[in-house]
Structure formats: structure tokens, C-alpha cells
Write a protein that binds this ligand. Structure first.
Ligand SMILES: [Zn+2]
Length: 140
């Protein structure tokens, strides 16, 4: 390459012109450092994205696991709100959930429905048992 100021031919990798003292940053070097910065940002973004997607998936699984358990369905219902908030945080940062985040959000929705359904069922069942017991005891 040649010095951008005086036109003197420079050695390979030489940036400071020995004739006029001008610093000649090569285009390749400038592009490399810019793309390196971009890729560092991309990597950090990707890590955050994975982390948030993982959180959404984790709470979605926990929510559904408790929801289908029967006796602890109320916890599944409650945990579905955590999965939902994780999915919302992901969506606000990275847009429409995809991959793990999408699966986590769906599991959280199922956990919400199943958890709520079981909870109502068990609540009614409990009320029925209490009512029958009281009837048997002659209270009602
Ligand atoms: Zn020069």
C-alpha cells in the first residue's frame, strides 16, 4: 500500500509513514476491528437471548409439571405467571419468541389452563366432601 498523504510505498503492515509521519490505517484493519466489535455485541446478545429463552422454557416446564400433578396444581397455575413474564421480557427485547422461548411460552399457557382447571376441580371436590361430611353428621 501507499501513504495516503505523500504516496510513498509502505511495507506490509507498516502504518506509520517514515517519510511524512502520517498514520495510515489500512482499510482491512479498520473493517476487521469494526466487524470484531459487531461480533462481540452479537455474541453478548446471543448469550442474553439464550439465557432469557432458557428462563422462559424452565418456568414453562415447571408450571406445566406442577399443573398436571393434581394436588399441587395451584402452584402450576401460579408459576405460569412467571413463565408468562419471562416470555414477555424476551419479547420486549428480542421480538416474537422463537425456539426455546416459544416452547416455554406455550408450556406456560398450558400450565395456566391445566393448573386453573385442576385447582377449580379440587376446590369443588373439597367443598363437596365437606358438604357431604356435614350432611352425614346431620349438620345440614
Ligand atoms: Zn507519507
Amino acid at each position: 500500500m501507499f501513504c495516503k498523504n505523500c504516496g510513498r510505498q509502505l511495507d506490509e503492515g507498516e502504518t506509520l509513514c517514515p517519510a511524512c509521519g502520517t498514520v495510515n490505517a489500512t482499510e482491512a484493519t479498520a473493517t476487521e476491528s469494526v466487524s470484531y466489535e459487531y461480533s462481540a455485541v452479537d455474541t453478548a446478545n446471543q448469550l442474553l437471548k439464550d439465557e432469557m429463552a432458557g428462563q422462559t422454557l424452565k418456568w414453562g416446564i415447571i408450571s406445566l409439571a406442577f399443573a398436571v400433578s393434581g394436588c399441587l396444581s395451584l402452584l402450576g397455575f401460579i408459576f405460569s405467571f412467571i413463565a408468562k413474564s419471562r416470555a414477555r421480557a424476551y419479547e420486549q427485547t428480542f421480538g416474537v419468541p422463537e425456539g426455546k422461548a416459544k416452547v416455554g411460552r406455550i408450556l406456560g399457557k398450558v400450565g395456566f389452563g391445566v393448573g386453573l382447571g385442576y385447582s377449580i376441580f379440587f376446590a369443588l371436590y373439597f367443598v363437596l366432601i365437606v358438604a357431604l361430611t356435614m350432611a352425614e353428621m346431620g349438620v345440614m
